[in-house]
Design a protein around this ligand. Sequence first.
Ligand code: HEC
Length: 153
Amino acid sequence: MKRLIKKIGFLELIVFVITLVLVTQQGESYPSYKIYEHKIQDTKLAESIARGEEIYVDFCMQCHLPNGKGTPNVFPPLAGSDWLINKRKESIHSIKYGLNGPIQVNGKPYNSAMTPLGLEDEEIADVMNYIMNSWGNTQKKMVTTQEVADIKK
Ligand code: HEC
């Protein structure tokens, strides 16, 4: 009888070790889960950009133009704009609350006004994702509705 228990104990030990190995290997498959997370993130960004394009056409294009280049001395460019690339918060703020007074975009001065466009926070996030990922601009860190909501006057 004692010998039998000893035997079972040994078998249990083996089962335990095998389980341990399996669990450890599952732990190693964690990066593929992360890749999955990234894919969800990429899909969300792509969907936001697609919605943002419609907003751009309706609300921004008449000034910043279809190619995002704006009009020299009058409407600043969004394509390759150092302002947009470096001033993420200010860009969201300008779309949300408007912008006026002197600014420099890519070394050129502008001193005009952009009135607030009356967009919802989600629409602002979408149009930001569109302009930050168009005409050669690339910004993978997605603007979220929460990020827009957190920017106060
Ligand atoms: C009536 C014309 C007009 C419309 C419509 C307009 N803008 Fe602007 N935008 C301007 C002007 C003018 C400035 C510069 C304001 C200044 O000189 O202070 C500007 C500045 C900006 C800037 C910061 C400077 C830069 O070039 O990076 C961003 C970002 C921007 N606009 C995005 C948008 C987005 C997005 C929309 C649509 C939701 C939009 N604008 C609609 C005229 C417009």
